[in-house]
Design a protein around this ligand. Structure first.
Ligand SMILES: [Fe+2]
Length: 288
């Protein structure tokens, strides 16, 4: 299944939401905070029945949802995991998730798998290989599919193109969307010296169907993508640039460690919404 082309990869811009995290799920069901959607991590639910899955479905009855996986390893050379894909498809059908996403990375080889999202080589061969797999996954899941640019700590040798060129080539060849993680762009700038603004403006804006915002751990010599701290000012500034490039979209604040209270998460979402409304409202005025 392919989404329509056009702005926001043909997907409805949902505005600013937060990730569904286990410490908050019962509070979300009970209090139904004013949020436009929730993003869930399918690996937290796909192998489970019982209370965890019931809670997810209760959230999905109350809010639009989107699925954001970490286990596909779409660029791996190893065979696609059919059991994983079937479980993911079932969960997407049960929740009615509007779209699915995972990362532009690899994670498996020689019967072993990594929990880390590993960097792909920026080569023509890798574009063709990865795009073919994305098409296969997208057609099987039968929902629009987005890949996310990852944060990396090394660039593989002998690249044939830049990360932005590689990303655009995969999106075009696979006819899929991009989940633009703005914090990952910043982390790669700090770790590799790549120009974050140039990366964002080089990306085809019509392919961006969602954004991620997150915090990182700045250790001076290296920046680690922890999702365990508030969004830094430098990343908020880049968020503004990204929105100016894409226009209205769907934005998610990601926390995966040191998860704060739901109230604190909602405050951060409100901060994001101020920038979102400022930039996308200005875009509407400019267009009229
Ligand atoms: Fe992300």
């Amino acid at each position: 299944m392919s989404a329509n082309t056009g702005r926001n990869y043909g997907l409805q811009p949902l505005g600013v939401g937060v990730g569904l995290r286990r410490p908050h799920i019962e509070q979300v069901i009970a209090e139904t905070p004013d949020l436009p959607f929730f993003e869930f991590c399918p690996e937290n639910y796909m192998d489970r029945g019982g209370k965890a899955r019931r809670n997810l479905l209760a959230v999905a009855e109350r809010y639009p949802t989107v699925s954001h996986g970490v286990g596909l390893g779409i660029g791996s050379v190893a065979e696609l995991d059919r059991v994983y894909l079937q479980r993911l498809k079932t969960l997407i059908e049960e929740t009615g998730a509007l779209w699915a996403s995972d990362h532009l990375c690899w994670n498996r080889a020689d019967g072993r798998s990594s929990n880390d999202l590993l960097p792909l080589p920026f080569t023509e061969a890798c574009v063709r290989h990865t795009a073919a797999r994305i098409r296969e996954v997208r057609d099987f899941l039968d929902v629009p599919f987005l890949v996310e640019n990852i944060s990396t700590y090394t660039i593989l040798p002998d690249p044939e193109m830049s990360e932005a060129e590689f990303t655009n080539a995969v999106l075009e060849e696979a006819d899929c969307g991009l989940l633009l993680d703005v914090n990952n762009v910043y982390v790669n700038f700090r770790n590799h010296g790549t120009d974050p603004s140039a990366f964002i403006t080089a990306i085809d804006p019509d392919r961006v169907g969602q954004m991620h915002m997150a915090g990182h751990d700045d250790r001076g010599h290296v920046v680690v993508d922890t999702h365990g701290a508030p969004v830094r000012d430098e990343v908020w500034a880049l968020f503004r640039e990204a929105l100016e490039h894409t226009g209205p979209t769907t934005v998610l604040l990601e926390w995966d460690s040191n998860i704060p209270s739901l109230g604190r998460l909602l405050e951060e979402a409100a901060s994001a919404r101020v920038i979102y409304d400022d930039v996308t409202g200005a875009a509407v005025v400019a267009a009229s």
